[in-house]
Each structure stands twice: as C-alpha cells, then as structure tokens.
Design a protein around this ligand. Structure first.
Ligand SMILES: C[S@@+](CC[C@H](N)C(=O)[O-])C[C@H]1O[C@@H](n2cnc3c(N)ncnc32)[C@H](O)[C@@H]1O
Length: 275
C-alpha cells in the first residue's frame, strides 16, 4: 500500500460519507498499483466482468454486440474505463464515471496510448455513483464491473440513481464479489477454503488508520439482500450469473484463484431491466 501507516483491518459500522471518503482516498492512492498489477489482465479495451476473466464479448449480458451501436451507456466505478472503451469500439457512446481522479487519469493515459484520442472515445466524469450528474432517462443502458456498489453503505441509493438516469426498459448489468466469499478468509490458498465468519454478518470490512479514520471500506450484502435492493430500486432481475473458473485462467487476483474458483463462486453478475 502506498501510505506511511499500516492500516488496521476490522469489522465495524461505516457511514455513507465515511465510506465514500475512504474509497476516494484509497483508489486515488492505489490506482497506480491496481493498474500496474491488473492492467494486463483487464486489457486496454476488453470488457472483463471479474477475476474469472468472463468478458462481455462472450457473455453478451448487455445484449448482442450489434445492439450496442449508437447506445448511450453509463459505466459506474469505471476505473481506467477499459469496459467503456470496449463499448466505444462496438459503436456505443459510453460515459465512464468514477469518484477517483487518479483512476480517471489512467483512463486518459490508456485512451491516449490506444488510438491517439483522449480516453479512446469515452466521456469521463468524476463523481460519486450515489449522486449521478445526469438528467432522468439520459442513458439506454448502464454497467459496472466491481465498480462502486461493493464500496457504498447505501447500495439502494446508487441503484435508484442508475434507475433514474436509465430509460424504461434499459438494462443495468453489474458485478460484485459473490456474497458467499464473505464467509471465507480472503486468501487464494487452502486457508481460503474454510468458513471463518457468518455469511449473515453484514458488518462492513474496514481498514482504519491510527486515529480510527476509515481508509478502505467494503460493504457486505447477502444474495437475498442484493435481489431485494435491485427490486426496491425499480428494476426487474432477469438473470444472476455466477461465472465458473475456466481451465485456461491460471492467474490469481487477490483472494481469487483457480483453487478456490473451481470450488466456490467468486463473482455474482446481476442482470437487471428498468421497470
Ligand atoms: C475494483 S475497482 C473496478 C474498476 C473497473 N470497473 C475495473 O474493472 O477495473 C472499483 C472502482 O469503483 C470506484 N468507486 C468506488 N466507490 C465509488 C463511488 N461511490 N462512486 C463512483 N465510483 C466508485 C473506485 O474508485 C474504483 O475505480
């Protein structure tokens, strides 16, 4: 970690404001490391849903690629906007939103390198997913690969915001850590295979500095919670995809590994339609 103190990991309450401030700071400080560690796996303009490596080209969760042409698509928690660049390559008009300035600087850097235009045909917006700076119905679709939702205290607020800026019938597809993973230590090896905590304990995971200030926060929801959140926000859930670990993927990503991937799901992808 790119900071002087060694944060203490704990489970405790974290408010919406504290979570948002922690995320902004953490991703600004760690964007360089995240992109240098995972950038090659993500690819500059692939749309990867999670560490299993399932990509949108194969999965088609936003619908057939031909149907993306001309669509206005919002990506939340876009990081360096790899997914949005893939959407742009299909002829869509993507907007990549993230609360981390440093992540978006990586989007500019990669966009520049890929085709000479800033951000590779993707509009970049620095904002919190809990307060989207767009008019009602501005987008045809929305997506998020592990962006924003796992890090916010009030996911229904984010989902309602996404619902608001989508036209009726518009799809929102988002991936998060599979909720079952919360019951296991976040370790790629055999120690990550034994249940160590209650799946039903929603107390957030918090890393805090010496003064007790949160510097990293993740929030846990069970599968049932996520389904209820999606419905409460005005979506219909049409699929819940649990990508299986493919033989050809030998790469570890934090606690995601082939060993664990063969045995327990690591990613949950919610496919939702705005009612
Ligand atoms: C795990 S990264 C995923 C980035 C990208 N989607 C990818 O697949 O590499 C999570 C991203 O969510 C962003 N994020 C976290 N909380 C957010 C919030 N409240 N609003 C917008 N973005 C947020 C972080 O800044 C970070 O870029």
């Amino acid at each position: 970690m790119n900071q002087e103190y060694e944060p203490e990991a704990t489970r405790r309450h974290a408010s919406a404001t504290e979570s948002s401030q922690a995320s902004r700071g953490w991703w600004d400080r760690n964007a360089d490391e995240y992109q240098s560690e995972h950038g090659a796996f993500l690819g500059d303009d692939r749309f990867v849903w999670g560490p299993e490596g399932l990509d949108e080209e194969r999965a088609g969760l936003l619908g057939p690629a031909e149907g993306l042409k001309g669509r206005r698509i919002l990506e939340i928690g876009a990081g360096a906007a790899q997914c949005a660049r893939w959407l742009a390559a299909q002829g869509a008009h993507p907007v990549a939103l993230d609360l981390s300035h440093r992540q978006l600087q990586h989007a500019l850097r990669i966009g520049d390198a890929a085709d000479g235009t800033a951000a590779g045909g993707v509009e970049l917006v620095e904002a919190d997913a809990g307060a989207l700076p767009f008019r009602d119905g501005a987008f045809d679709m929305a997506c998020s690969a592990y962006g924003a939702i796992p890090f916010v205290a009030d996911p229904v607020r984010v989902l309602r915001e996404v619902r608001r800026v989508l036209r009726p019938g518009g799809r929102f597809v988002f991936s998060v850590t599979h909720p079952i993973r919360w019951a296991f230590p976040d370790e790629p090896g055999p120690e990550g295979l034994s249940v160590a905590a209650s799946y039903f304990d929603r107390t957030p995971y918090v890393e805090q500095d010496e003064s007790g200030r949160a510097v990293y926060v993740e929030h846990h929801r069970t599968v049932g919670d996520r389904v209820r959140d999606v419905v409460a926000a005005g979506f219909r859930l049409v699929d819940l995809v649990e990508p299986e670990w493919p033989d050809e993927n030998t790469q570890e990503w934090g606690g995601w590994s082939p060993l664990r991937g063969y045995l327990i799901p690591g990613t949950a992808i919610f496919v939702c339609v705005a009612e």
